[in-house]
Design a protein. Structure first.
Length: 259
């Protein structure tokens, strides 16, 4: 009986050690640089294990004061806001079977569920080092923009920052060809202990689909134009939004492209 108990104890210890060896998890801090009408930087912390990644916005700048600048030709004032009033963080939640993100658009918090990532990566032979990790190059066309990603098989999970994923290793850097959007890892911590992290999945039940999200953004932009028109002097023509404007800057994701 004593030998049987010892065997069970050693067998359980072996199973536990083997499971721990196969575990991998960690935390990576990324800086996102977005260069559209102006340069904006955001910081995210990405927590991951083999099954899930959760990336949350940190170090959010709160907008406390607005600076008014007169636009004489238009006869109105333009309010320039640094930061935002609603500091609810954006996030990206990625599991094997689902992908969710939370946006904060014009101080409106919107939770969205996306379909599975169907775009195909092209793998290349080029390599480079990022934070002492050997990274390989991959390219992809995703929602109207061509991206280059650098991923490391030394962190063998198929996650990454933002919405890019499904490579043979963690993405540590990506950028599109004209550097409108660039994300790079600054701090990387990887281990195999305490690989469980909590996330309240009840919040995900409120998510809307991608089409509803895009319609909501259009509604918020139209509301902004209506508010700007209401501030104009009496007798002035209201601002009109040209949705087909060729000179207007596009967003990061170009949804009218078939990709």
């Amino acid at each position: 009986m004593k030998n049987k108990i010892l065997f069970i104890m050693f067998f359980g210890l072996f199973i536990n050690m083997n499971a721990q060896k196969n575990n991998i998890c960690g935390k990576i801090e990324y800086t996102y640089t977005i260069n559209l009408d102006y340069i904006n930087q955001e910081k995210y912390e990405l927590y991951f294990n083999r099954k899930i990644s959760y990336s949350k916005e940190i170090a959010i700048t709160k907008a406390e004061n607005e600076k008014s600048q007169e636009n004489k030709p238009m006869g109105t004032q333009v309010n320039i806001v640094v930061g935002r009033k609603n500091t609810t963080s954006k996030f990206y939640y990625n599991s094997i079977n689902s992908f969710f993100f939370r946006d904060n658009f014009f101080d409106e918090v919107i939770l969205v569920k996306e379909e599975k990532f169907k775009n195909s990566w092209k793998l290349h032979s080029e390599t480079k080092k990022l934070s002492n990790f050997l990274c390989k190059k991959a390219t992809i066309l995703f929602r109207g923009r061509n991206y280059t990603a650098w991923y490391t098989e030394e962190i063998p999970v198929s996650f990454g920052p933002w919405k890019l994923r499904n490579l043979p290793g963690m993405i540590l850097e990506f950028y599109n060809t004209d550097k409108v959007f660039h994300a790079v890892a600054n701090k990387i911590k990887v281990g195999n202990d305490n690989c469980f992290f909590e996330f309240d999945k009840k919040e995900l039940e409120k998510a809307i689909n991608l089409d509803a999200y895009l319609n909501k953004k259009e509604e918020l932009i139209d509301n902004m134009f209506a508010e700007m028109s209401a501030r104009r002097p009496k007798g002035s023509k209201p601002f009109k939004r040209d949705k087909k404007c060729d000179d207007c800057s596009k967003e990061i994701e170009i949804f009218n492209e078939k990709n």
